[in-house]
Design a protein around this ligand. Structure first.
Ligand code: SF4
Length: 694
């Protein structure tokens, strides 16, 4: 731990890593952070933290940070340091040139779930008002976009239903496709406390995660589902509930659409959805499915927590809807201790979606084709907005290769390392004429950029993040921006250079605009956040101090809607050529593509991505523990070091994606969710062979 002496003052702010959104007290000596102390009054963490938030802030002052704007005409040219004015003027001129030569829709922007709500708001506003297109998307496209779609269809709102505190009132917990011990550690410790008090646990995961069996905790059921068959497994759970008389008939009659419920009940009751019929597909013994279904439906308050192991599939949206169906059928929505709870990976995934970063939705999840809503924005912003949805990120890549998309403003996302099928992404970026990257470091995407605008870390900015429980918390500037400008000021300058003036003196004024134009944020102000510590949206006239639990008396959409969620096999099935299924996850000490955690030298970090391989599969291939192995898929090939473990089942391999040199996304394919294009990172058919050291 870096200890620089006694603190002189402290500033309360919010962790910039995962979607738990822990509050921290940054203890300062002048412009230097002495230590980060978990804030005891933080409503998401109540004085707790994990190793990342507590210790991994050193990247903010890392020597590799780029602090000067840079431009270059061709991506093979060396970078040239220039003034802010020159860089922004060059970017604006290039975007306008492209639009004149190739049309208004030849440019677009990507917002970041790492940035604040205010910064995200400005980027989508710039794209819509200054570029005049709806080609704006967010990195949430590649993680929780199915959550937004699935929960909106069924419950009426694209967000989790509870607070983290709610878990202390639960009796039965389903954790599905998530590994909270590594991904959401502070929530995991609260969950474990409840489990030690006697709550029951069902884990649905292809891998034996720590929660399945750890000191003092043992899951009642581990449904070790085969990757790609989540929807089939949920259908079999629903079959048991529907055919064994376990439905909460009173709740369903009072709260849900009768027609959709009847159709759903008829569907899940079909013999083909029984656990016995599905066993062949899911690999999960029917008796375990029956036991787990009975436990969830009859064990008291039942809550479901899920992560990217649910969403990052070709049926990601279907699976989210199947989860909501289960919760409604058993009456497990609308009170303490129950609910549907997406565990968001990044600090502001929820916020970046709330802020209208989607090509089809204005802030607050309102469709761009809605004339009345669009009219409100047009009057406030003084522009005409396009009524047609724009391009999603994968569509931008395709359009670039087709020659119709030429310019991209990318704030705070390393799309080359984080998006699937790296070769395809790289080829798309290489086909563009002006890429503006705004980031802390020269990341993999910057290799294809023409303009680099230095970004600022969370320690250098004011604003808000919204965590996985819809909790809006203040981010406060603890030091002056090392690059001379906060990220929001850069977007404002770019918009002004494009000829669409933006005038804000402080991010608080951006929040005032958000509140003015977004009904779920109507009651949010910085003053109120300072006074109350945080606010969970919806926060408006009806709920001036926010809404901890949603859907209490009725669903946001009125009656809850059951959706038919038929299992459709993914194309990523094991074949003779690619007989194993690769799935991915995280480790505790690293964060996503590792841009920050790999640059934090003050803790001993795990140093490489490993391939977990079952001993039986290893023996078949002559692989020993520690050997280097080639991993081939239909997209590409990478090399990793093997570790042999029975945490994975035979036929399944697993790795993490924190290090660019291991390149997990070189092998992931462009298979994606049917509704949202969220990539199918969690299932890739691969072959593994022993190779000599790379
Ligand atoms: Fe930060 Fe998440 Fe760790 Fe909390 S649990 S300190 S938000 S990384």
């Amino acid at each position: 731990v870096i200890m620089m002496g006694q603190a002189e003052h402290s500033v309360i702010t919010t962790c910039a890593y995962c979607g738990v959104g822990c509050g921290f007290k940054a203890e300062m000596k002048g412009q230097e952070v002495v230590r980060m102390v978990p804030w005891k009054d933080g409503q998401a963490n109540r004085g707790h933290s994990c190793v990342k938030g507590r210790f991994a802030w050193g990247y903010a002052t890392h020597k590799e940070r780029v602090l000067k704007p840079m431009i270059r005409k061709h991506i093979t040219d060396p970078w040239k340091e220039v003034s802010w004015d020159e860089a922004i003027g060059y970017a604006a001129a290039e975007f306008r040139r492209i639009q004149e030569e190739h049309g208004r829709d030849a440019v677009g922007g990507i917002t970041s779930s790492r940035c604040t709500n205010e910064e995200t708001w400005l980027v989508q506003k710039l794209v819509r008002a200054a570029f005049g297109t709806n080609n704006v998307d967010t990195c949430a496209r590649v993680c929780h976009s199915p959550t937004g779609y699935g929960l909106k269809q069924t419950l009426g709102e694209s967000a989790g239903t509870q607070t983290f505190d709610s878990v202390m009132h639960t009796d039965v917990v389903i954790v599905m496709g998530a590994n909270p011990s590594s991904g959401h550690p502070v929530f995991a410790s609260r969950l474990k406390r409840r489990l030690r008090q006697g709550a029951r646990l069902i884990v649905i995961d292809p891998r034996r995660i720590e929660l399945v069996s750890s000191p003092h905790i043992k899951a009642d059921f581990h449904l070790q589902v085969r990757p790609g068959t989540n929807t089939a497994l949920l259908s079999s759970l629903a079959h048991v509930i529907a055919t064994e008389g376990l439905i909460d008939e009173a709740f369903v009659a009072a709260r849900c659409e009768a027609k959709s419920f009847k159709e759903w009940r008829d569907f899940v009751s079909l013999p083909e959805n029984s656990p016995e019929a599905m066993e062949e597909i899911t690999g999960v013994p029917a008796q375990s499915v029956r036991g787990a279904a009975r436990l969830y439906a009859t064990g008291g308050n039942g809550s479901i927590y899920y992560g990217l192991g649910v969403t990052e599939h070709s049926q990601g949206s279907t699976t989210v809807m199947a989860i909501a169906n289960l919760a409604m059928a058993t009456g497990n929505v609308g009170r303490e201790g129950v609910g549907v709870n997406p565990l968001r990976g990044q600090n502001n995934v929820q916020g970046s979606c709330d802020m209208g970063s989607f090509p089809h939705e204005l802030p607050g999840y309102r469709h761009i084709s809605d004339d009345a809503v669009r009219g409100e924005f047009e009057r406030d912003w003084g522009v005409t907005l396009q009524p047609e949805p724009g391009l999603r990120i994968p569509n931008m890549f395709e359009a670039a290769l087709a020659g119709s998309f030429k310019g991209l403003y990318c704030q705070g996302e390393d799309i080359v390392q984080s998006d699937p099928n790296t070769q395809h992404v790289a080829a798309s970026l290489a086909a563009m004429e002006c890429i503006v990257v705004q980031d802390l470091f020269l990341n993999e995407t910057a290799k294809y950029a023409h303009v680099f605008l230095p970004g600022s870390s969370f320690l250098e900015k004011d604003g808000t993040f919204t965590n996985a429980e819809r909790r809006i918390s203040r981010v406060r500037k603890v030091m002056a921006p090392k690059n001379g400008k906060s990220d929001w000021e850069v977007t404002v300058a770019l918009s002004n250079a494009l000829g669409y003036p933006m005038n804000y003196r402080h991010p608080g004024e951006i929040m005032d605009e958000i509140a003015r134009l977004t009904p779920t944020f109507a009651g949010v102000t910085y003053d109120k956040l300072d006074k109350l510590g945080s606010l969970q949206w919806p926060c408006n006239g009806e709920a001036p101090e926010g809404t901890p639990i949603m859907h209490i008396d009725e669903f946001v959409r009125g009656k809850g809607r059951f959706m038919i969620t038929k299992y459709v096999p993914t194309d990523e099935r094991s074949t003779r050529r690619f007989p194993l299924l690769l799935t991915t996850g995280r480790i505790l000490s690293q964060y996503n593509v590792g841009a920050q955690t790999r640059r934090t030298p003050n803790v001993v970090w795990h140093g490489e991505d490993l391939l977990e391989l079952h001993p039986q599969d290893a023996e078949d291939r002559g692989v020993r523990d520690g050997d280097w192995v080639g991993v081939q898929s239909r997209a590409g090939e990478t090399v990793l070091r093997a570790t042999l473990t029975d945490r994975v089942q035979p036929g399944v391999v697993y790795t993490t994606f924190h290090f660019p040199e291991s390149g997990a996304n070189v092998v992931t394919t462009d298979s994606s969710d049917w509704a949202t294009n969220c990539p199918e990172y969690k299932v890739t058919a691969v072959q593994v062979t022993r190779v000599s050291q790379p």
